[in-house]
Design a protein around this ligand. Structure first.
Ligand SMILES: *[C@@H]1O[C@H](CO)[C@@H](O)[C@H](O)[C@H]1NC(C)=O
Ligand SMILES: *[C@@H]1O[C@H](CO)[C@@H](O)[C@H](O)[C@H]1NC(C)=O
Ligand SMILES: *[C@@H]1O[C@H](CO)[C@@H](O)[C@H](O)[C@H]1NC(C)=O
Ligand SMILES: *[C@@H]1O[C@H](CO)[C@@H](O)[C@H](O)[C@H]1NC(C)=O
Ligand SMILES: *[C@@H]1O[C@H](CO)[C@@H](O)[C@H](O)[C@H]1NC(C)=O
Length: 177
C-alpha cells in the first residue's frame, strides 16, 4: 500500500509540473508576441499596448484574443488594416494555439515563413493585400485545420504547392492578383 505522505508528495510534484508547463506556454506566448512586434517598423503606434512592462496581461493587448479557460493561450491575432510595416518572423509559430492570423491590408514584406506550417490549430490565414514576395511554402499543408487561405494582392510567384491538396478542411482560397 502506498504511504499517504509519499502519495501526497507525488501528487504535489505532478501538480507543480503541470503548473510549470502551463506557465511556460503562456510565457512563450508573450515572448512570441514581443518577438513579432520587434520585427515591425513604421506605424507600430497601434501596438503600444504590446509591452511586457505594463501590468496589462497580453490577452488584453490590441488585436490579441485568448482562450476563455486557463491556461489562457493566444488563439487569434486580428491586425488587418493597421498600417503595419515589417516582416513576418518565424517566432510567430510559437503561438501554438493560434486559430486565426489576420494580417490583411498592411505593408508586410519579405517571404511567408515556412514555420507557419507548425501552427496545427490554424483555421484562418489571411495575408492578403501586403507586399509579400517569394513562393507559397508547401509547409502550409501541415496546417491540417486550415479552412481559409487569403493571399491575394501580394507579389508572390511560383506554383501553388500541390501539397495544399492535403488541406481537406480548406473551403476558401484566394490567390488572385
Ligand atoms: C515601457 O514600454 C514602453 C513602450 O514599449 C517604452 O517606451 C518605455 O520606455 C518602457 N519603460 C520602461 C521603464 O522600460
Ligand atoms: C486598408 O487599410 C486602409 C487604412 O490603412 C483603409 O483605409 C482601407 O479601407 C483598407 N482597405 C480594405 C479593403 O480593407
Ligand atoms: C520558441 O520558443 C522556444 C522556447 O522559448 C525558443 O527556444 C525558440 O527559439 C522559439 N522559436 C522561435 C522560432 O522563436
Ligand atoms: C482576408 O481579409 C480581407 C480584408 O479584411 C477580406 O476582404 C478577405 O475576404 C479575407 N480573405 C479570406 C480568405 O479570409
Ligand atoms: C492591389 O495591388 C495593386 C498593386 O499591386 C494596388 O494598386 C491596389 O490598390 C491593390 N488593391 C487593394 C484592394 O489592396
Amino acid at each position: 500500500m502506498a504511504h499517504p505522505v509519499r502519495l501526497l508528495c507525488l501528487l504535489a510534484f505532478f501538480g507543480s509540473l503541470h503548473v510549470a508547463a502551463t506557465s511556460n506556454e503562456r510565457e512563450n506566448d508573450q515572448q512570441a508576441l514581443l518577438c513579432f512586434k520587434s520585427q515591425l517598423s513604421g506605424t507600430v503606434g497601434t501596438l503600444s499596448s504590446w509591452s511586457s512592462n505594463t501590468s496589462m496581461e497580453f490577452c488584453s493587448w490590441h488585436g490579441v484574443s485568448c482562450s476563455e479557460h486557463s491556461p489562457r493561450r493566444v488563439i487569434a491575432l486580428d491586425l488587418a488594416s493597421e498600417g503595419i510595416t515589417g516582416t513576418i518572423p518565424p517566432c510567430i509559430a510559437n503561438l501554438t494555439s493560434l486559430t486565426r492570423l489576420q494580417l490583411a491590408n498592411n505593408s508586410f514584406r519579405g517571404s511567408i515563413p515556412p514555420e507557419l506550417g507548425l501552427l496545427s490549430q490554424l483555421r484562418i490565414l489571411n495575408l492578403s493585400m501586403n507586399s509579400l514576395e517569394g513562393t507559397i511554402p508547401s509547409e502550409l499543408s501541415s496546417c491540417s485545420q486550415l479552412q481559409a487561405l487569403g493571399l491575394w494582392n501580394n507579389s508572390l510567384r511560383g506554383e501553388v504547392p500541390p501539397a495544399l491538396g492535403q488541406c481537406v478542411q480548406l473551403e476558401e482560397i484566394d490567390l488572385s492578383n
